[in-house]
Design a protein around this ligand. Structure first.
Ligand SMILES: [Cu+2]
Length: 129
């Protein structure tokens, strides 16, 4: 008798666990069916790569004060990119595309050029916010 009593309790305990588990599984099944009816997340398009500047590509880059200015530059020979007004200079290795970014904090129109050959690349326009 003393052996059967704990066994009975154990069985009862196991049944309760089984019932709770079944209820949880059914609850999960309900929640999955409701998530499948939820609208799918919108597919966001891949971000555009920043404009590629080359000698002779007279581009205009327009941003607002506080935005991040982003562009890429490539040149067949070693050069230096000079952003006038901001007076930033970035070294270029031959044939290697360099991505340049910086915050636009000075408003106005500024030349971006290949410094050594004085070749214009683009005009940077920073508008008020
Ligand atoms: Cu310059």
């Amino acid at each position: 008798m003393t052996v059967i009593k704990p066994l009975g309790l154990l069985l009862a305990g196991l049944m309760i666990v089984a019932l709770v588990a079944t209820a949880l599984i059914e609850g999960d099944a309900d929640s999955t069916s409701s998530t499948t009816t939820a609208p799918l997340p919108a597919i966001t398009p891949a971000p555009q790569p920043p404009p590629l500047l080359k000698a002779g590509s007279q581009r205009k880059i327009s941003v607002r004060n506080g935005d991040i200015v982003r562009f890429r530059v490539v040149n067949p020979t070693a050069e230096e990119v000079h952003v006038h007004g901001y007076d930033f200079k970035f070294a270029l290795e031959p044939g290697v595309t360099k991505t340049i970014s910086f915050p636009a904090r000075i408003e106005g129109q500024f030349e971006i050029e290949l410094e050594q050959s004085a070749t214009p690349l683009a005009k940077l326009v920073v508008n008020p916010r």
